[in-house]
Write a protein of this length. Structure first.
Length: 353
C-alpha cells in the first residue's frame, strides 16, 4: 500500500490567480512532493495541485511592488505561482520548507497525484480559454445584466441558468448535467467568479455542485467591471450577539471605507470568541459601527493600494481578506504595531469561533 505524502506545513496564504491578476486567500498544504491549495481549510478536495519535482523557488520576489512578503514558485513547465505571506518570518519559514522538499525529491520521486482538470473528468478536447473568449463575445456571448437581490444591485453579471442555457445553445454540451460540470471547471480555473451569497456558498463547497444552474445564483467575468451596490453606509451590519470572548488586542487604526475610499480613525477591539474585529467611533459610544468576521480570514502587510486616495504615511498598511473575499484595508501607527495586529488577528482567525 502506497504511503500518503507527509504534510510538512499548512496555513492560509494569499495566492495570485493563474489567469488573472487577482489575489485570493487559500488554505495551502505543503506535502513532500507537491503543494495543494484549497478554497477553505475544511474542504475535502483541493482547487489545484503544484508538483515540486523540477521546481525552483524565488524569494524575495519583486514582481509585485505593492505586495510585501511574496515568493514565487516556478514549476518544471516554466509556469509561475505567486504566494503572499503575512509577515517576514512566515514567508521565510514557507520558503525554507519548500526548498527542503524540492531538495528531497531531486533524486527522482514521481509526483503522480491527479490534477484538478482530470478530477472533474473533462474531455481533453475542451479548451477552456477558447470557450471563455466565446462566452465574452459582444454579439454571440453571454450578456451582462444588472440584477437585484436582497436590496443589493449586481452590475455586469449574469445568472447560473444563463450560463448553462448558453452552453447548450452553443452546442458546447449535450445536456444541462454536462453543463454543470463544464461551468464548475470554468469557475475552478477562474474564468467565472461567484457574485452574491448563494453562488459563493456553492463555490465554497456548501452545495452538491460548485456551480449552480439557478436564476438567483449570480456570476461574472473577472475583467467585466463587476461591482455591487447596496451595502450599509459603514460597510457591514453588526451581528447582534453577545461579546463573550476575551479582548486580545485593542487600539486605534485608520480604516478605508468601501464605498468612498476615504480614511477614518476607528477604535478596534479584537475578541477571540466570537472571532470578530469590531470597530467604534473613537470619540465614544458603546455600540460598534461595524464588524469584520475573522474566522478563516487571511491578513497580510501591503505597501500601497492602487486606485485609492493615499493617506499621509506609507508602508504601515495591512489587508484583511475575509472568508467571503471581502477586502479591508487598515493602517497602523508603526511597522511594529502592524506586525502585532497581524499576528493577533491570525491567532484569532484560526482559533476563534
Amino acid at each position: 500500500m502506497e504511503r500518503e505524502p507527509m504534510r510538512i506545513r499548512e496555513g492560509y496564504l494569499v495566492k495570485k490567480g493563474s489567469m488573472f491578476n487577482t489575489w485570493k486567500p487559500m488554505w495551502v498544504v505543503l506535502l513532500e512532493d507537491g503543494i495543494e491549495f484549497y478554497k477553505r481549510k475544511a474542504d475535502n478536495s483541493p482547487k489545484g495541485m503544484i508538483p515540486l519535482k523540477g521546481s525552483s523557488i524565488h524569494s524575495p520576489c519583486q514582481d509585485f511592488g505593492k505586495r510585501m512578503f511574496v515568493f514565487k514558485l516556478t514549476v518544471a513547465k516554466q509556469q509561475d505561482h505567486f504566494f503572499q505571506a503575512a509577515y517576514l518570518e512566515e514567508r521565510d519559514a514557507w520558503v525554507r520548507d519548500i526548498k527542503k522538499a524540492i531538495h528531497r525529491i531531486d533524486g527522482g520521486q514521481r509526483f503522480a497525484r491527479k490534477s484538478t482538470r482530470k478530477s472533474i473528468r473533462l474531455p481533453e478536447t475542451i479548451n477552456l480559454s477558447a470557450l471563455y473568449l466565446s462566452m465574452k463575445d459582444p454579439e454571440k456571448g453571454i450578456k451582462d445584466l444588472k440584477l437585484e437581490k436582497d436590496k443589493r444591485v449586481f452590475n455586469h453579471c449574469f445568472t447560473g441558468t444563463c450560463v448553462i442555457d448558453w452552453l447548450v445553445s452553443s452546442s458546447s454540451i449535450r445536456n444541462r448535467k454536462e453543463g454543470l460540470l463544464l461551468a464548475s471547471s470554468l469557475l475552478s480555473e477562474g474564468y467565472l467568479q461567484p457574485a452574491g451569497d448563494t453562488s459563493k456558498a456553492a463555490a465554497e463547497g456548501l452545495s452538491d455542485t460548485p456551480f449552480l444552474d439557478l436564476s438567483d445564483a449570480y456570476y461574472y467575468f473577472p475583467d467585466s467591471g463587476f461591482f455591487c451596490e447596496g451595502y450599509s453606509s459603514d460597510d457591514d451590519v453588526v451581528l447582534k450577539e453577545e461579546f463573550r470572548g476575551t479582548i486580545v488586542k485593542q487600539g486605534c487604526l485608520l480604516k478605508q471605507g468601501h464605498r468612498r475610499k476615504n480614511w477614518k480613525v476607528r477604535k478596534f477591539v479584537l475578541r477571540d470568541d466570537p472571532a470578530y474585529l469590531h470597530y467604534y467611533d473613537p470619540a465614544g459610544g458603546e455600540e460598534p459601527l461595524g464588524a469584520i468576521h475573522l474566522r478563516g480570514c487571511v491578513v497580510t502587510a501591503v505597501e500601497d493600494m492602487p486606485d485609492t486616495k493615499k493617506y499621509d504615511a506609507d508602508n504601515i498598511l495591512f489587508e484583511i481578506i475575509t472568508a467571503n473575499e471581502i477586502h479591508y484595508y487598515l493602517q497602523a501607527a508603526s511597522s511594529t504595531e502592524r506586525t502585532e495586529w497581524i499576528k493577533a488577528i491570525q491567532s484569532v482567525s484560526r482559533t476563534g469561533k
